[in-house]
Design a protein around this ligand. Sequence first.
Ligand code: CO8
Length: 257
Amino acid sequence: MAFEFIETSKQSTIGLIELNRPKQYNALNRTMVREIVEALESFDRDEDIRVIVLSGRGNAFSAGADIDEMAYDDTVKLELLNQFADWDRISLIKKPIIGAVQGFVFGGGFELALSCDMLIAAEGTEFSFPEVTLGVMPGAGGTQRLTKLVGRTKALEWIWTGNRIKAKEALQYGVINKIVQREVLMEETLKIASSISNQPPLSIRLIKESVSKAVDYSLYEGMQYERKNFYLLFSSEDQKEGMQAFVEKRKPQFKGR
Ligand code: CO8
């Protein structure tokens, strides 16, 4: 698939998506968002791919929505465009998405990062919601996802002030999983991606689904959901293989079936 604003490639069982507008700090225009979503969906359907890694070329993961594109929008145009329908499709991706971020992770770029399942950040990465300084507010899930992650008090502070949050603070609040040196960002992210891709894919998939439900469901509903997924895995070949291999004291060969 040929894209204008992103590049995709495969490395063994890992699908790579790289934002590719480095001169504009990977500012997200609408075509670019559509391309990211299409690439995610394509890897999600691809039987050879087990994990997806999302990164940004150059000195920023992304400085947010393309301000030039939206500066003269009006309410009716936005309603008719319905651009957030594309963002909603990201939550439907079943495979793990790991973000490798560096430099500026701002506005819509921060929201895109928060749509990933895990985040590895280079030293020096800064996170911010500067929308307030433009007279608007986050619109692609920022107020919701950040609040569920860090709680109301910190979310309000970060979104109200538009302050830049350093990687260390983001780590402290559980926004990111790990900080690594810039030079080894991709290498370290691929190591993590590869270790997840060696696990049984159906377990990985249903774990993602169940953990995501914990955000929206009550504890009781979430427990019921988890239980059904636990039962479901007992009809997979990988469950038979995993337990048989344990009994036979050998390494399991998982097929994703
Ligand atoms: N949109 C468009 N162009 C941008 C953006 C952006 N968000 N960010 C940077 N650029 C462009 C600049 O215009 C400049 O282009 P040019 O060279 O043609 O003039 C180039 O990138 C380099 O930028 P700077 O010269 O400003 O570089 P600095 O190193 O001085 O500053 C900053 C870097 C701090 C990142 C600065 O560019 C900046 O503040 N950018 C804007 C950040 C921002 O406000 N982001 C939030 C945007 S609003 C938003 O994300 C709403 C999300 C809601 C929905 C999501 C829909 C996709």
